[in-house]
Design a protein around this ligand. Sequence first.
Ligand code: ZN
Ligand code: ZN
Length: 786
Amino acid sequence: MSQHVRTAIRVTGTVQGVGFRPFVYALAVRLGLAGLVGNDAQGVFAEVEGPPGAVQEFLAALTADPPPLARIDTVSTAGLTPTGAAGFTIVASDASGPRTAQVSPDTAPCADCLRELGDPADRRFGYPFINCTNCGPRFTIVRGVPYDRPLTTMAGFAMCGPCAAEYADPADRRFHAQPVCCPACGPRLRLAGPDGQDLPGEPIAAAAALLRDGAVLAVKGLGGFHLAVDAASDPAAAALRGRKHRAEKPFAVLVADLAAARALAVLDPASEALLTSIERPIVLADRRPGAAVASAVAPRTRQLGLLLPYTPLHHLLIRAVGRPIVLTSGNSSDEPIAYRDEEMLPRLSGLADAFLTHDRPIHIRTDDSVARSAGGQAALIRRARGYAPSPLPLPVPARRPVLACGAELKSTVCLARDGQAIISQHLGDLENFETLRSFTEAIEHLGRLFGIIPQVVAHDLHPGYLSTQYAAGRDGVTLLGVQHHHAHIAACLADNGERGPVIGVAFDGTGYGTDGTLWGGEFLLADLVSARRAAHLAAVPLPGGEAAIREPWRMAAVYLSRAFGGAPPPGLAVTRRNQRRWDAVLAMADRGINAPATSSAGRLFDAAAALLGVRDTISYEGQAAIELEQLADPAETGCYPAGLDAGPGDGDGPGPLLVRGADLIRAAAGDLAAGTAPAVIAARFHNGVAAAIVAVCERLRDGHGLGTVALSGGVFQNLLLTARAVTGLTDRGFRVLVHARVPCNDGGISFGQAAVAAATDAATTDAATTGAATASAATAGSATVT
Ligand SMILES: [Zn+2]
Ligand SMILES: [Zn+2]
């Protein structure tokens, strides 16, 4: 034995629930090594014993060829005294100690499982819960760590003999696959009617028949219930809209495979890679003219949201239906998606005609993710199922554990420790009790899974946000307020692995400014620690506050009044359509009653949309701007100019530059009065906003020497604007950073806040000690935005 060595190995990263122990076992056995492997709260530990050469080969192979879903962060080794014991074993999990192990996201069925699913000779033929160590449910079924069956929602299903044998066989693909099951022992599918009673027939075939007949079907998926209808049926899609009280926001469409997706939409390589990725997001793409999709599926947009099946159940259902189906969230209007079995009938019985459901509980509500190709690069718009809770790196590691509470709309939370940030799944708009509950549950659940007890808590500056109020209620932590647009730019920096400084262009609907006004068309000189407002859209009144967001015509009234000194051209259609309330709204704006000032870029787009007759009122956030982008003729190169004014100084020098957004509206109104086509005007407006961005960035580069621009904020979901701005900036020698892994909208705010908190805490050498939330710490982040 003297020539043998024994080495202790610790592997961290996403190494639980991804077949890592079987992989280690098989590798050790192949190399003739003795020892053990196990999961604990930090990851995977192993000891291997044998000839030095074989141990070296083992260590090399460990990192060279890990299982497909594993993501290794670190491998550390230590020498041990050989024991002489023979054989290799998998030891029981150890739940003690600090928890740092990572839970992997839910993953679409692998090729091996799909083959078995379609093989009449296989014992899992047609079984909708087939999975293995390389695929299947994870995040949505995990109750705690270590990731083992008793701590998942599979705990109630005792394995049958054959499943237990596979589970225990190191040579099997299902060795220690925690959700392993089969028709004899696992979850069961059933089709229920409106009262919850079982309907006759094989559930999938019967459900497919209902869909083909135009019924609305509720389907229990991975992270919640969906509602499905035949995507080609106008009456079915219209019925679904009516029951959901969802006027116009597009529905996603499930297609069987890539060929079916290509038949409906024009897909570039990045879109196809997203569609077929194991994360399986909904992918937005341009719909093909004449695509066989009911007009009620995605009204007034050239785009379509498509997704491929991401569970065995979806594979079986879409094949049985034989054509694309709408698959939209199981909820009414803006409520969170239903996911608990006990919610199914109370919340969905008025919406669905039947329920395709099963008895495997969903532990965590998780919406579908949404992504698209932006100029050939993949970009996430909503980060949820398939991505959460995969960690993302932070440019500056967190000295103390961080919780970032996000903003309000498209809420997410983010926990950070060391160099890693774990962003929650998309939680929805933090405006009701259900979403607030998801918010607090996400903080607690992720904290438990990752063993993170926050000592620094970052939040938005808006005092009215529930997320801000939640942060203020945490005892014994250091609070850090992070200005909304600084958080956007920090999110973009961190998304690109950068620290700045940059010229940050943060264009969105609304964010609370350091001066208490509503910002949203901001140019910041920013790094991860501080941000200075260097330029912004000239502020205008928001007549009626929230009402002006719901009624874009009010912004047209305000901007036209500004643009023409109170005397816009006569005969504009937008004025005629809203004649009854036009003067009252302008009076409200002039007197400043219930008309807070805003520099929002979103409201400028609203004004242009209403002026061009796109719409006077909206039924979902950003709708007017989205439809204005759809209207714009991409071939048009004309451009409206926007002037720049020096802002009022504050005694310490000149104030921020002011961008005259009203100039764009004046030019657009002039073209409209002269009979120019709205599609041309919409394009010239987009080009004008992009040109203003470039002009301001050039001025700021001259003054401050910064050659990199970061684009963030929900307005940059506008692909036409983003493409024009990126081209214009690149042509003038700027390096441009855009979002990829984290949404540019408010879904990315928590990640940005975490990046700011980590960098600020690292920069504060004399940081306040844990245990006291101090007033000075509470303003440390915001105070640096000047
Ligand atoms: Zn599989
Ligand atoms: Zn079984």
